[in-house]
Design a protein around this ligand. Structure first.
Ligand SMILES: Nc1ncnc2c1ncn2[C@@H]1O[C@H](COP(=O)(O)OP(=O)(O)O)[C@@H](O)[C@H]1O
Ligand SMILES: [Mg+2]
Length: 267
């Protein structure tokens, strides 16, 4: 049973000045089974954010269909939650009231929302920072709070748009392990966009590769490793073989000069 079904999805933008159409996502079809962690990778500008926004119900598609749990997506809904690259926490609210905010918007009474928010701060390891303000947290901690906010609404589908991209390399690796721990504690269907190959392979059951713009689906790799996975798995030949196969499929963004690729040749 697939929880997410994307069928022949095309998303286009009309440029404001010229009125020209720009196709950002072209004829993309894939499905994610219930509880599956699917990573999506592709060069910058290939339409990853556009695809996530369409699934979130924020951007209407030009053609095709999106179904979540058998129901067509026609706009935003509580069964989907998005984690953006920039945490976008409200600076005047404490961490716990930032997490509670989404629940309050759903109509949950404030005391209950605060209780649930505290539970999820525990899940992401921020229990002791509930009363802090966002500016008092490091980038990694802010992203944990952001994650707690998305998880607290208990979505069936978690949509992640490069949530670790703004973090330094060491924090990023640590957060990858944390994400796995959190996901194992609360398994849910996830669609996780990144442009980091190792991150995709480490976290996912499957890695989908998008072509350069306009984004089409190019390849679909299964990642067979049992969980929990240790970060050191990245140094095994099996892991490197998958990473290399993905790397071979990954096109460079049209505007990137040679030698400026975060996913350096793993060979
Ligand atoms: N709101 C928008 N209006 C017009 N064009 C957009 C808009 N958002 C994105 N685009 C264009 O769509 C293409 C895909 O962008 P995006 O989905 O952000 O790619 P990615 O997330 O893979 O980097 C790019 O060419 C980008 O310039
Ligand atoms: Mg993007």
């Amino acid at each position: 049973m697939s929880l997410l079904a994307v069928e022949h999805l095309t998303v286009a933008y009309t440029m404001q000045r010229t009125r020209l159409n720009l196709t950002a996502v072209q004829d993309v079809s894939f499905a994610a089974a219930s509880g599956e962690f699917v990573a999506m990778i592709g060069p910058s500008g290939c339409g990853k954010t556009t695809l996530l926004n369409a699934i979130a119900g924020l951007t209407p598609p030009q053609a095709g269909a999106i179904c979540v749990d058998g129901r067509p997506v026609r706009g935003p809904g509580h069964e989907r939650a998005m984690v953006f690259q920039a945490p976008a926490l409200l600076p005047w609210r404490t961490v716990v009231s930032n997490v509670a905010y989404g629940l309050e918007l759903q109509g949950m009474p404030k005391p209950q929302a605060a209780r649930v928010a505290r539970d999820y701060l525990g899940v992401v390891g921020l229990r002791d920072f509930a009363e802090s303000y966002p500016r008092e947290l490091s980038g990694g901690m802010q992203q944990r709070a952001n994650l707690a906010r998305a998880l607290s609404i208990q979505p069936q589908l978690l949509l992640c748009d490069e949530p670790l991209a703004a973090l330094d390399a060491q924090t990023r690796e640590y957060m990858q392990a944390e994400l796995q721990r959190i996901w194992l504690a609360r398994p849910m269907t996830a669609l996780y966009v990144t442009h980091n190959i190792a991150e995709a392979v480490f976290l996912a059951d499957r890695v989908l590769v998008m072509s350069a713009a306009p984004g089409r689906l190019k390849a679909d790799f299964a990642v067979p490793f049992a969980r929990p996975r240790a970060l050191s798995i990245q140094r095994t030949p099996q892991f490197q073989a998958i990473a290399e196969a993905i790397w071979a499929q990954l096109e460079r963004p049209a505007d990137l000069p040679a030698g400026h690729d975060e996913n350096a040749d793993p060979r």
